[in-house]
Design a protein around this ligand. Structure first.
Ligand SMILES: CC(C)(COP(=O)(O)OP(=O)(O)OC[C@H]1O[C@@H](n2cnc3c(N)ncnc32)[C@H](O)[C@@H]1OP(=O)(O)O)[C@@H](O)C(=O)NCCC(=O)NCCS
Length: 179
């Protein structure tokens, strides 16, 4: 994966050495459920998911510039056939709660959008958050996505939850891009 560099962060390919920091935050009860997945119950579970993400090659590991230690992930996913046909992908992200509230994910998302539109030449990028997830809503608003519709998605506990969906088109992003 192309390494992306922002003011404070490096977004790079995941590696096996990320396992311990990954498990450290993936087991916390306030991380995964907000993104639709169950907190990890063992380091073996984290290892399986890490291996899967490494094979899929759609997810960057996020680290600070000064220290090559995983603090979160951000991915650009083809979720379904419709996405592939429309030349669009969906962003998903999580950050260890130790680092919340510093505007880090908006910084990471902006660099992924730049990559998505300039390098991959996607036509639009989608993003969504559970209606209850105000923190993710703020990130999405700050980055400049437009709300489109609400759709239902299955949560890890098999209940259906409402997801507010957003999109940003290539032209709009490139026009509004900060110089
Ligand atoms: C969503 C998430 C990535 C936001 O990352 P972040 O880098 O902390 O984002 P920001 O610093 O821009 O903060 C976003 C909002 O969270 C709130 N917030 C900030 N610090 C907080 C804290 N310590 N605890 C709770 N909420 C906090 C604020 O309302 C902030 O909005 P503001 O900038 O207008 O004040 C992070 O909260 C997270 O990983 N959550 C769990 C997983 C998740 O929800 N993933 C997204 C799925 S759609």
């Amino acid at each position: 994966m192309k390494t992306l560099v922002t003011k404070r962060l490096i977004l790079r390919s995941l590696k096996f050495e990320d396992l311990i920091p990954f498990f450290t935050y993936a087991r916390k009860p306030n991380i995964g459920p907000n993104a639709g997945w169950k907190p990890h119950e063992s380091i073996e579970e984290s290892a399986r998911i890490l291996r899967m993400m490494m094979n899929e090659n759609e997810v960057w590991g996020i680290t600070f510039k000064e220290k090559d230690e995983l603090i979160g992930t951000i991915g650009l996913h083809v979720r379904n056939f419709e996405n592939a046909l429309a030349n669009q992908k969906e962003i998903g992200y999580v950050l260890d709660d130790t680092y919340w509230g510093q505007g880090l994910m908006a910084e990471a998302a902006e660099s992924v959008l730049k990559y998505a539109f300039k390098d991959v030449e996607l036509d639009q990028v989608l993003c969504g958050h559970a209606l209850t997830n105000k923190q993710s809503q703020r990130v999405i608003e700050k980055v400049g996505f437009y709300p489109t519709h609400i759709e239902q998605r299955e949560h890890f506990d098999q209940t259906m939850i409402d997801i507010q969906m957003y999109e940003i088109k290539r032209k709009a992003f490139l026009k509004g891009e900060k110089k």
